[in-house]
Design a protein. Structure first.
Length: 192
């Protein structure tokens, strides 16, 4: 579990910052939902509720010290993909799709990680994963209703780019978990 979490921490790109960068020049309805999502990521103005520091607290509690050399390249690539989309206005709609996929897929994965941490006796430090197991369900629903649907309705030409970003993020996630599997269970990965 420590190795897995080390990979996750190393590949974390800072969802709050990615959302903030992505909302630049978006239409009002999408911008407002991205702002609400950002506000949640920022703990609604309370330092104790900020998501990034929650993950940092877990890393500190488990003595996780990520390094580039100790991280599977697919984990770094996944984070880099999100950063590349969010920091280049040419790929703003790709960022919308990729970040939307993060919100869509996070709850179930986060819940499994939170359950595993609980079984291992990790206390309040597992809050980051426990929180995302529930909060990201609402974030995903709001992202679909307030960001994706209005953008595609009002700017049909952006649908392709949103879909490309979503598919690229899904592909990066698949490669990442395949790399995890190959590192953790090399015999099983070779047989697959």
């Amino acid at each position: 579990m420590r190795w897995f979490l080390l990979q996750e921490v190393a590949g974390e790109a800072g969802f709050d910052d990615l959302v903030a960068l992505t909302q630049v020049n978006m239409p009002t309805q999408a911008k407002l939902e991205l702002a609400r999502n950002y506000w949640d990521e920022m703990g609604r103005g309370a330092q104790a509720g900020m998501h990034g520091p929650m993950l940092d607290q877990l890393a500190k509690a488990l003595a996780l010290e990520p390094t580039i050399e100790g991280t599977v390249p697919a984990s770094l690539a996944m984070g880099n993909l999100l950063v590349a989309f969010a920091t280049n206005r040419r790929y703003a709609y790709h960022a919308i799709g990729a970040l939307g996929v993060v919100e869509l897929t996070a709850p179930w994965r986060a819940d499994l990680v939170a359950q595993g941490l609980k079984r291992l006796g990790v206390g309040k430090e597992r809050k980051y994963f426990a929180l995302h197991a529930t909060l990201d369900i609402a974030h995903s629903e709001a992202w679909n209703a307030e960001v994706l649907m209005p953008l595609v309705r009002d700017r049909p030409d952006c649908a392709r780019y949103i879909a490309e970003g979503a598919l690229m993020r899904l592909g990066a996630g698949r490669r990442c978990f395949e790399a995890y599997r190959a590192s953790l269970w090399p015999a099983a990965a070779a047989a697959a």
